[in-house]
Design a protein around this ligand. Structure first.
Ligand code: KIV
Length: 280
């Protein structure tokens, strides 16, 4: 059955841990969905893992829309959330609502927005009032990397934990249905989570969050340029891809591919005619 933003809130009330993964293509999304993942995020992490950019700030709305369409076509039950990329919601509220609408028209059922400044709170309020569910994102917020200055853990003391908690409550008031907590100590996440009626989804946020999200390329072991401490690698897809490509090249070079079964063949009459054919 299709999961909705409302259903995700109910999961917290019922004590069901929420599962979430990023996806960027049709077939991965299809199998994550079949496996029962509750939320599939078309994360702007695709900037790095699918497009090879240096940071998430480089991906555009137009690019994100292509991936959102592909993922949405593969999903039946999971809630598809599209990450609103850098500069798609910062210029004006009107622009933000328009861009959020594009992601819904591309097949997502919700969008994700980083931060909780006064401007962001107003923007999220307008987007949710337009009928578009919004997921918040606090703690380490990659789109602000140029002002933060690095990949730092947030909420490392009481003062900063209270600050995140207050922001999370403002996001809840603005209408978000869940909040990603990235790189926040588990005790701080626990404090923040207990103050909210909406679920927290941790990524490096520890076990007390209401759910967990990871970048699929990290759990699959596909992207090897950087693997964060909090990502559990379940497979080494990069080795599988490398070995398959190597075996294929070897077979082609040695004449072992294609076999007759992998080729189209003429019937024996046509073969004989072809062999006896001489050009006038
Ligand atoms: O883009 C992304 O993959 C994300 C996750 C880290 C939550 O925002």
């Amino acid at each position: 059955m299709k999961k909705t933003a409302k259903k995700i809130i109910e999961f917290k009330k019922n004590g069901k841990k929420i599962t979430a993964l990023t996806a960027y293509d049709y077939s991965s999304a299809k199998y994550f969905d079949k496996a029962g993942v509750d939320i599939i995020l078309v994360g702007d992490s695709l900037a790095q893992v699918a497009l090879g950019y240096g940071s998430t700030c480089e991906v555009t709305t137009e690019e994100m829309l292509v991936f959102t369409k592909a993922v949405s076509r593969g999903v039946q039950d999971a809630l598809v959330v599209a990450d609103m990329p850098f500069m798609s919601y910062q210029i004006s509220t009107e622009d933000a609502v328009k861009n959020a609408g594009k992601f819904i028209q591309a097949g997502a059922q919700a969008v994700k927005i980083e931060g909780a400044s006064q401007y962001i709170i107003e923007t999220i309020t307008r987007i949710t009032q337009s009928g578009i569910p919004v997921m918040g994102h606090l703690g380490f917020t990659p789109q602000y990397i140029n002002t933060i200055g690095g990949h730092y853990v947030s909420g490392k003391n009481v003062h900063s934990t209270i600050e995140i908690s207050n922001k999370a409550q403002s996001l809840e008031k603005a209408g978000v249905f869940s909040i990603v907590l990235e790189m926040v100590p588990q005790e701080s996440s626990d404090f923040i989570t207990k103050k909210l009626n909406i679920p927290t989804i941790g990524i490096g946020g520890g076990k007390f969050c209401d759910g967990q999200i990871l970048v699929s390329d990290d759990i699959l072991g596909k992207y090897d340029e950087f693997c964060p401490k909090f990502a559990r690698q379940y497979s080494s897809l990069k080795d599988i891809i490398f070995n398959v490509a190597k075996a294929y090249c070897n077979d082609v070079e040695k004449g072992n591919f294609p076999s007759a079964a992998e080729s189209f063949t003429l019937n024996s009459d046509e073969v004989e005619k072809l062999e006896n054919y001489t050009q006038d």
